[in-house]
Design a protein around this ligand. Structure first.
Ligand SMILES: [Zn+2]
Length: 429
């Protein structure tokens, strides 16, 4: 595939829509090759009007079509198979061809802080079944960077190893969930690493990130945080511009918004994000409802990309009732990370009941009263609810052992020497 559009190939939204329309007949034709879409789309015409007549494809549809119902080509053309995280026992399948991977890698590589051949790139997201680790790796390889695969779900890569490679290899860019970067900061402190002069930026995604937490991560590491938005079923869907806004890759997919109350599908506004990828061979998706709560806007941005903007709320609106108020993780996070930076609060948890909100924060010794009082007031001011804030010593919520442990990943073994523990026989860790 050589005709993938690049930023700058269109002038304004009218040209962008024309570019999408031109592609759409291929997309609908391709989709007709999958069992799921075969009898859902017309055999002639294949225009945007045909797309507009379609109902959304849901996550449920993907699960019901497991394993091959969405596949529009033979397995001989499939390069990778993935499943998204989430509902246990109900796999959500995704297939990609080699050409699909060019589109995937290019979209991820669109970063306001570019990935270059001089970069050493630590990938710290899962490689098993999900796409995220492979996606970052493919994009970094495409740009000529050196990849350090550091899967965050593997016993082979405890935090002590992460901070060692960050430091010793002079890692310049990383890809992880935002929470990971705070765990690295704590692990680095435990290991005695003070400076990471090579680090240029932290690429993050996969988790809601409030502005105060983002600012705190930037203060701690002294480098910019760059956000990314996507899914295993679609790859990267949006990235940050130099003005700090998330833009949708609307040259590679058509984006719409579904109002969950009326089921109406609109070009912009607040609702669930609906995606029609324009360059998919293995598993075409038409009006795929990601079920993420978002807001899409075509307001102009000074970056000049000419791509719509998106705000992702995810499950930010989801909350639990306490004394008549609805407590959300997102707002609580804002309050916790709104505490003065010198209190060094990085880890917290909270539990709700109808009568009381209980919050625990890790705070260095000597600052407990101050931190507790500050957070209690902030929560009271924000919600008007009674809360119990407990300040705990470092290591209470994230145990030191998590930050310092060094696992020996061993191969299966049956024969042991006289002075060895044979309890490890046949265990893989
Ligand atoms: Zn912009």
């Amino acid at each position: 595939m050589t005709d993938l559009p690049q930023i700058g190939d269109w002038k304004g939204y009218v040209e962008l829509a024309a570019l999408q329309d031109e592609r759409l007949s291929h997309v609908l034709e391709r989709a007709a090759a999958s069992p799921f879409y075969a009898d859902r789309i017309p055999t002639v015409g294949r225009t945007r009007a045909d797309l507009n007549a379609l109902a959304c494809t849901t996550k449920r549809d993907l699960r019901d079509s497991y394993p091959f119902g969405m596949l529009a080509c033979g397995m001989d053309r499939v390069a990778t198979y993935h499943e998204s995280s989430g509902t246990a026992g109900q796999p959500t399948p995704s297939f990609y061809t080699e050409a699909d991977w060019t589109d995937l890698a290019e979209r991820y590589a669109r970063k306001r802080i570019p990935i270059t051949p001089d970069d050493t790139f630590l990938v710290r997201t899962p490689y098993a079944l999900m796409i995220t680790g492979h996606l970052a790796q493919a994009a970094a390889r495409l740009q000529g960077a050196a990849v350090v695969p550091g899967d965050n779900r593997s016993l082979a890569m405890p935090y002590s190893r992460v901070v060692r490679v960050l430091h010793d290899l002079g890692v310049t860019l990383t890809w992880s969930m935002p929470t990971e970067t705070l765990l690295w900061a704590a692990a680095a402190r435990e290991a005695g690493y003070r400076e990471f002069p090579a680090l240029r930026a932290l690429f993050v995604g996969g988790e809601p990130l409030s502005l105060p937490r983002r600012r705190r991560i930037e203060e701690i590491w002294g480098v910019p945080v760059v956000e990314e938005y996507g899914s295993t079923e679609t790859g990267s869907l949006a990235g940050e511009c130099d003005q700090g806004h998330l833009h949708l890759w609307a040259d590679r997919a058509i984006f719409e918004v579904r109002d969950p109350a009326s089921a109406e599908i609109m070009p912009e506004g607040r609702g669930q994000l609906v995606v029609t990828p324009l360059y998919r061979e293995a598993m075409p998706l038409l009006r795929y409802n990601l079920e993420d709560d978002v807001e899409v806007s075509y307001a102009p941005c000074d970056c000049g990309w000419g791509l719509p903007r998106i705000r992702v709320f995810g499950r930010a609106a989801f909350g639990y009732p306490v004394q008549g108020a609805r407590i959300t993780q997102y707002r609580l996070e804002e309050l916790v990370f709104g505490l003065p930076a010198d209190l060094e609060v990085m880890f917290w948890r909270a539990k709700t009941s109808p009568d009381v909100l209980r919050v625990q924060i890790e705070v260095p010794c000597g600052r407990h009263d101050e931190a507790r009082n500050a957070l209690t007031s902030a929560i009271h001011e924000a919600y008007g609810v009674y809360c119990e804030v407990t300040a705990l010593p470092a290591g209470s919520l994230v145990p030191r052992a998590t930050l310092t442990a060094v696992h020996d990943v061993v191969k299966p073994r049956s024969l042991f020497g006289a002075d060895e523990e044979w309890d490890k026989a046949l265990l893989y860790h």
